[in-house]
Design a protein around this ligand. Structure first.
Ligand code: HEM
Length: 257
């Protein structure tokens, strides 16, 4: 130490608060990582619990497939906004001409080999990249709303739908308990009981789950959900047609204009 250096020599007695502060940083970071990975559970539903339950009827799960929406087909296309959207938002996606899009249609089931005539939910995912570096990603389902509002509700729904080993069907008592705890699921099931089953991805509509906050040039805010509507007419399938349809029937007639 130089003669005019005013710093005090390091001693444990004097510097213990600083040492505790330094040790606290990695401890806090490790705890946060452990919490977000589900190692510290505290009764939270983890993504692993959901994944394991999701595919509990397929064992071992085939490698190389997504745990949901495993069956799908990719596409490329062009996004063209109309001038009305540009009045709601100053985002480049609504002013740039002809933006390249990549996307994927999929069957919203856990089993990647499911017959698509048996899955209520089909999906469309899109990635739109504008020339100013913005990325718009949207995952949309062919249903107007999701059947539950929270991850806990989703997990409870999976559990309630486990087939009873005696009957091979979900236990009606457990289903009733689930419906009374998550009443939004009743609304979904009412919709699902009567809504038509489109015979192709090209006749279906797809809805995003999240809303986006659009901000116009003048600062006005509008909340908007992405909805993809087909130009081709929607052809409804009967239950008989669905049962008899080949596994990949929805993939045969994708003709977006
Ligand atoms: C708790 C609720 C949900 C769970 C647990 C869940 C789970 C998953 C999983 C595991 C994947 C596969 C991801 C991968 O391996 O790449 C996936 C994909 C997907 N999800 Fe969800 N999801 C949920 C809600 C939703 C909702 C509300 C929507 C849309 C409204 C949605 C639309 C999609 C789409 C379109 C894909 C396929 C993406 C692609 O083709 O690249 N999901 N989901």
């Amino acid at each position: 130490m130089k003669e005019n250096d005013k710093r005090q020599p390091f001693t444990l007695k004097r510097n213990w608060p600083a040492l505790i502060g330094i040790a606290a940083i990695p401890i806090i970071l490790i705890t946060l990582f452990a919490w977000s990975s589900g190692w510290i559970n505290m009764g939270r539903i983890t993504s692993k619990q959901i994944y394991d339950d999701f595919n509990n009827t397929i064992s071992p799960f085939p490698s190389g497939y997504r745990r949901a929406h495993g069956k799908g087909i990719c596409f490329t296309g062009v996004f063209r906004s109309n001038p009305e959207a540009a009045q709601l938002s100053k985002a480049r996606v609504f002013t740039q001409k002809d933006i390249p899009v990549i996307g994927r249609f999929s069957v919203g089931a856990g089993n990647p080999h499911v017959a698509d005539g048996t899955a209520r939910v089909t999906s469309m995912a899109v990635l739109i990249k504008t020339d100013d570096g913005q990325e718009w990603r949207s995952a949309m389902n062919s249903v107007p709303y999701f059947h539950v509002a929270t991850a806990e509700g989703f997990y409870a729904g999976l559990q309630a739908n486990h087939p009873d080993p005696k009957t091979g069907k979900p236990d009606p008592k457990k289903l009733d308990e689930f419906h009374s705890k998550y009443p939004e699921s009743v609304k979904f099931e009412k919709w699902a009981a009567t809504a038509p089953w489109p015979d192709s991805y090209s006749g279906a509509s797809f809805n995003s789950v999240n809303s986006f906050r659009f901000i116009s040039e003048s600062g006005k805010e509008t909340y908007v959900r992405w909805v993809m509507r087909p130009r081709s007419p929607m052809h409804e399938m009967t239950e008989k047609q669905r049962k008899e349809a080949k596994s990949l029937f929805k993939f045969y007639s994708i003709t977006f204009l």
